[in-house]
Design a protein around this ligand. Structure first.
Ligand code: PMP
Length: 312
């Protein structure tokens, strides 16, 4: 039997690295159903949030806001907590994640596995966790990244994630639209700014769950697209609202059905927000056939939802 041409599979191996943090980024941009999808779920700690965790902690160290022996405390619906717990483990900080009850159980377990302390407060929405994390962060020897308000979040998404996407897109491609779910809004605003630098007319569209379209319709409801719509309008969105062209919504059931289809039909094992992102991006393209280059993100991995949404 003829052997396969191995050159078709072999890529140049990456450089030898000093820690897992150097494996963050350089995620593939894959065309799925005609949409450019950034595979952020492949980051260490299983989500897009590895980038801001690494970026904000490095910057805080450089600016003297975080010193050896300190504790990092942050409010999160889970993924930022997982990512910061990973960074803290690498760098030797204590980590306290403050998160709501009712999120997928893996999110708590993953932070704990990295040695973090997890404090649960409130239900599903992050409001109570935010207040507690900010209060704890006032103590001497504590640093709170304040992901929902910190401009470094936008800065990272513009320069790290954003430059990466621009390098990956075909040189002739003009980004027509970005669809991004809104947790902190950092991805939407920061990546949006990067794409607009190539095409000033690029549409920046936020995605919310239909049951909790807080920015578009002032509603805070229970939904199952974990990681977006955390119960309030984040400062990042409030401060950059004029950069957003529109908001779309997807209901939780549709997002989960689409997430499962992604695994079955495309071999992509991701979370409900990825399903929501693809669904919204496809709809946008159907409604605007002139849009050729629509960009979206698959933000976290399916393993985090095995028990809750993939069980059967
Ligand atoms: N999807 C998932 C699964 C997330 O965890 C997050 C971040 N919380 C987002 C989307 C949205 O990212 P951002 O915080 O940049 O708005």
């Amino acid at each position: 039997m003829a052997t396969l041409a191995l050159e078709a599979f072999q890529r140049q191996p990456g450089e030898i690295t000093g820690s897992i943090l150097e494996a963050i980024g350089n995620t593939p941009l894959v065309v799925v159903d005609g949409i450019y999808c950034k595979f952020e779920f492949l980051n260490p700690s299983g989500s897009i949030k590895a980038r801001i965790a690494h970026y904000i902690i490095s910057r805080a160290e450089r600016e003297g806001l975080l010193n050896p022996g300190d504790t990092i405390v942050e409010a999160s619906s889970g993924n930022t907590g997982n990512a910061l717990a990973m960074v803290a483990a690498v760098k030797g900080y204590r980590m306290q994640v403050v998160m709501p009850n009712g999120m997928s159980s893996a999110r708590v377990a993953i932070s704990k596995a990295h040695g973090a302390e997890v404090t649960l407060t409130g239900n599903f929405h992050v409001n109570d966790a935010l207040a507690l994390a900010e209060e704890l962060g006032q103590q001497p020897g504590y640093f709170c990244p304040r992901q929902f308000a910190n401009e470094w979040n936008i800065e990272e998404n513009r320069h790290w994630l954003g430059d990466e996407v621009l390098r990956q897109l075909p040189a002739e491609a003009r980004p027509d639209a970005l669809i991004s779910g809104v947790g902190t809004g950092g991805t939407l605003i920061g990546l949006g700014q990067a794409l607009r630098a190539r095409n000033p007319r690029c549409q920046i569209i936020g995605l919310e769950p239909r049951e909790s379209c807080t920015i578009a319709c002032d509603e805070v409801g229970h939904h199952r697209i974990e990681g977006i719509s955390d119960g309030f309008i984040p400062d990042i969105v409030r401060n950059h609202r004029d950069e957003v062209n529109g908001l779309v919504s997807v209901d939780s059931d549709a997002a989960i059905t689409e997430m499962r289809r992604l695994a079955r039909d495309h071999g992509i094992f991701a979370g409900p927000s990825s399903g929501a992102h693809l669904l919204a991006a496809r709809r946008l393209r159907e409604e605007n056939p002139d849009m050729e280059t629509v960009i979206t993100l698959f933000c976290d991995e399916g393993e985090k939802y095995l028990t809750e949404y993939y069980a059967d």
